[in-house]
Design a protein around this ligand. Structure first.
Ligand code: MN
Length: 457
């Protein structure tokens, strides 16, 4: 079944040009001027922008954490993703310490299968280290999971740094790559102990116990390990200007470092934690915390000049009732923000429409770079013949207002309540099928696991 998207502006990482796009079944079969389709449906896209389906390389659906489970599972999370133009997510499979990677993979396949409405892959978490896990890393790569995650904070997830180093060497051997959560755990613990001893137990203590130098220190620490191992790494959710300086230092030494940031670090400021009402502050608790205006500006500059490669959400959603777990103690607030539904419109509004980045930049950080970095290029991330027919039709004229009442994420708040978007998503196609039409989700639970290969970024 053919579909012809006529007269839109097709966006890539390099150009914006008016072209028709012909879809045949699940694939794009032609892109060019004056295309015709005898048998297919013709969709008028004049005045619209056509992006490749957005890829979100950082989500946590159906994750048990902090004595609770994230509000979004693969069903609600993937529907919200699609509604926000995201046709593929890469979620973090997280086996517990003592479990095999295989167990983690089986568990996450089970969580996603028959539920996910968008396509998906998994990163594999390395939160334990032994000969079996070292061997399994090779098996994971062979099965289409070439990306891994390590943590430099959270005792339940951390491994000793000697083991981290050995894991980096093993990943290098098999062509895998690690994304790492960089925050100095020991000093955070000391700052938390001091805050508790002084009775400072409100959410306002959250950013004060995880200050910017502790992200920068951990990034420096990791990048020196990666220097010694002579292998690239990914800094996930970069939040500070100080951390960015450490990335620059490593790149000056000749290292390859990939960097991801998130919309909340680009749009929000740390004053959110000073709201007098508990929930107004607690709903913004995530790690790393929301930072300062200067950090925001540094991140936008780095997006514009190509120092940051991707914008992902770190979607890890909890309801306000779940956030209440920390009323007496801010360290018990489950950490994470909902975001999978709003990333594209936020980046378009605060980035493109505000003149901070170009359409090509937006396409690079949401589509092209994640596809290359996570090893699914050119199947995903580009509007070109042979690629999956994943397309976002963006209407730059249809402004809207972000509000929790309208979202399909399974949470009762939005970090961006009342935010006016420049334009909105008109349609989303997933492998050729109309998945979303003006906010109405038409897709069923037909998301596919996408096996991935090596990084080509
Ligand atoms: Mn995360």
């Amino acid at each position: 079944m053919e579909k012809l998207l006529k007269g839109g502006l097709v966006v890539s990482g390099q150009s914006v040009q008016q072209a028709d796009v012909l879809l045949d079944g699940q694939k794009i079969c032609a892109v060019g001027e004056h295309l015709s389709s005898g048998k297919g449906e013709i969709i008028d896209c004049r005045g619209k922008l056509l992006f490749p389906g957005f890829i979100d390389g950082h989500t946590h659906f159906d994750l048990s954490v902090a004595g609770t489970v994230t509000a979004d599972d693969f069903a609600t999370g993937s529907r919200a993703a699609l509604r926000g133009g995201t046709t593929m997510v890469v979620d973090f499979s997280a086996p517990d310490k003592g479990e095999t990677l295989r167990h983690g993979l089986d568990l996450w396949r089970e969580k996603a299968a028959g539920k996910a409405a968008c396509d998906y892959g998994f990163h594999m978490t390395i939160d334990d280290w032994n000969a079996g896990i070292s061997r399994e890393i090779g098996e994971m790569v062979a099965e289409g999971i070439p990306t891994f995650k390590m943590y430099m904070t959270y005792p339940a997830m951390m491994i000793p740094e000697g083991d981290m180093y050995n894991a980096l060497l093993r990943l290098k051997e098999v062509g895998g790559i690690a994304g790492v959560h960089c925050e100095n755990s020991g000093i955070i613990d000391a700052l938390i102990a001091k805050a508790k001893a002084e009775g400072r137990l409100s959410p306002a203590s959250h950013p004060r116990t995880r200050p910017a130098p502790l992200e920068a220190e951990a990034i420096s620490h990791l990048l020196r390990m990666a220097e010694l191992a002579d292998t690239p790494v990914i800094i996930v959710h970069l939040s500070t200007a100080a951390g960015l300086e450490e990335v620059r230092a490593a790149r000056r030494r000749g290292q390859t470092v990939y960097v991801e940031t998130c919309p909340h670090y680009l749009l929000l400021e740390d004053s959110v934690y000073d709201a007098p009402e508990y929930r107004e502050a607690a709903k913004f608790v995530c790690a790393p915390p929301i930072r300062k205006k200067e950090d925001q500006e540094a991140l936008w500059d780095a997006l514009r000049n190509g120092e940051i490669q991707t914008v992902a959400t770190d979607h890890c959603s909890f309801t306000l009732a779940q956030k209440d777990m920390g009323r007496e103690d801010f360290t018990k607030i489950p950490g994470g923000l909902p975001g999978v539904e709003t990333r594209g419109t936020l980046l378009y509004t605060a980035g493109v429409a505000a003149g901070r980045i170009t359409l090509q930049d937006m396409c690079r950080v949401l589509c092209e770079n994640p596809a290359k970095l996570y090893g699914c290029w050119p199947r995903k991330g580009v509007i070109a013949p042979g690629s999956d027919a994943d397309i976002v039709v963006y209407d730059p004229a249809a402004d809207s207002i972000i509000t929790a009442a309208d979202q399909v994420m399974n949470v009762d708040y939005s970090p961006y309540e009342g935010f006016r978007t420049a334009g909105s998503i008109a349609q989303v196609y997933l492998r050729g099928a109309l998945a979303v039409d003006h906010g109405k989700i038409l897709a069923g639970p037909d998301g596919q696991f996408i096996p991935r290969g090596k990084c080509v970024l």
